[in-house]
Design a protein around this ligand. Structure first.
Ligand SMILES: CC(C)=CCC/C(C)=C/CC/C(C)=C/CC/C(C)=C/COP(=O)(O)OP(=O)(O)O
Ligand SMILES: O=P(O)(O)OC[C@@H](O)CO
Ligand SMILES: [Mg+2]
Length: 241
C-alpha cells in the first residue's frame, strides 16, 4: 500500500519535488471548488492541504467531501484546531507547534484529537511545525499566542527542527505564515535541511514560480502555497504539468 508519507519519502529520495495547494475552508466557497480543483489537477500540484487557523465546525468536512469529488490527489488535513478533523480526508498532519511554548499547541490539542482520530482511517503524520517571524503578525501567532522564531536566529531554528526529528516527528514544516510578507530565505532552508534525515516542508508567502524553485533548490521537499492561488488563480497557468 502506498501511503502518503511513504510517497513523500520516496519522492524526497529521488529529488522529485512536491507541491501542496492549501485550501483554507474560510476562503473557499463550495460552488467554486470544481473550477478551482480542475486547475489544481492540470498543474504540477501533488497534494491538497485543507486547513485554516480559524474555521467553524462542520465547514471542513463539507469542503473535503466536495474536493474529493473532483480529484484523485491526496487530501491532507492541516488543522488549526481539533474541530477540523474529518474522516473524509486521506491523512492529517498531526502538528505540534514546536517553535512556541504554549502547552495547548505542543500537546494539549493532540490529546484532545485522539478520541476523534480513533473513529477515522486517516493516515496520521506527526509533524513538527515551526513558525518563523515575518514583518506582520500571522494568524498562527495570534491564535496560538506563541512567539515565532526570529529569522536571524538560525541556530535556534536548526536546533528546534532537529529536536522535532529526535522526538520522532516524521516531517518538519518551516512556516512563514499564511500571506507572509516574505518567504523563508534559502539559507535558512538549506541549513535546516542539511542536518535533517526527514522530509522538509516549507510554506508561507510564496507567490512566484522563482520563489518556489529557490525553495526546492535550497532543500524543501514539499512546498505549500495557499494565498497566491486564493488571490489570483491564473498563478496556476505558470505551473502547468
Ligand atoms: C489537531 C491537531 C493534532 C493539531 C491542531 C492544533 C495545532 C497544534 C495547530 C498548530 C498551530 C496552528 C494554529 C496552525 C494553523 C495552520 C494553518 C492551517 C494555517 C493557515 O492559516 P490561515 O487560516 O490560512 O491564515 P489566514 O487566515 O491568515 O489566511
Ligand atoms: O498562504 P501562503 O502564504 O501561501 O502560506 C501557505 C501555508 O504555509 C500557510 O500555512
Ligand atoms: Mg490563508
Amino acid at each position: 500500500m502506498n501511503s502518503i508519507y511513504q510517497n513523500i519519502i520516496t519522492s524526497s529520495a529521488k529529488n522529485e519535488k512536491l507541491l501542496a495547494v492549501l485550501i483554507d475552508p474560510d476562503k473557499m466557497t463550495l460552488y467554486a471548488v470544481s473550477g478551482f480543483i480542475s486547475k489544481v489537477n492540470q498543474s504540477i500540484a501533488t497534494h491538497i492541504f485543507v486547513g485554516g487557523s480559524e474555521v467553524d465546525k462542520g465547514v471542513t468536512e463539507t469542503l473535503v467531501i466536495e474536493i474529493k469529488k473532483h480529484t484523485k490527489l491526496p487530501v491532507v488535513l492541516f488543522p488549526g484546531d481539533v474541530i477540523q478533523i474529518t474522516d473524509k480526508a486521506d491523512g492529517i498532519l498531526f502538528l505540534s507547534l514546536i517553535s512556541g511554548r504554549n502547552p495547548d499547541y505542543l500537546i494539549g490539542k493532540q490529546v484532545e484529537a485522539v478520541p476523534k482520530l480513533a473513529t477515522t482511517n486517516l493516515e496520521i503524520i506527526p509533524t513538527g511545525y515551526l513558525l518563523i517571524k515575518n514583518e506582520k503578525e500571522t494568524s498562527v501567532e495570534r491564535v496560538s499566542k506563541t512567539n515565532p522564531i526570529q529569522r536571524k536566529d538560525i541556530q535556534t531554528i536548526k536546533d528546534t527542527a532537529k529536536a522535532g526529528e529526535l522526538l520522532g516527528m516524521k516531517l518538519i514544516y518551516l512556516e512563514a505564515g499564511s500571506g507572509a510578507t516574505h518567504a523563508i530565505e534559502s539559507n535558512i532552508i538549506s541549513e535546516v535541511k542539511q542536518q535533517l534525515h526527514i522530509p522538509l516542508i516549507v510554506g508561507g508567502g510564496i507567490r512566484a514560480k522563482t520563489e518556489l524553485e529557490s525553495a526546492y533548490k535550497a532543500g524543501a521537499d514539499l512546498v505549500v502555497i495557499g494565498t497566491a492561488f486564493e488571490d489570483d488563480d491564473t498563478f496556476f497557468d505558470n505551473l502547468q504539468k
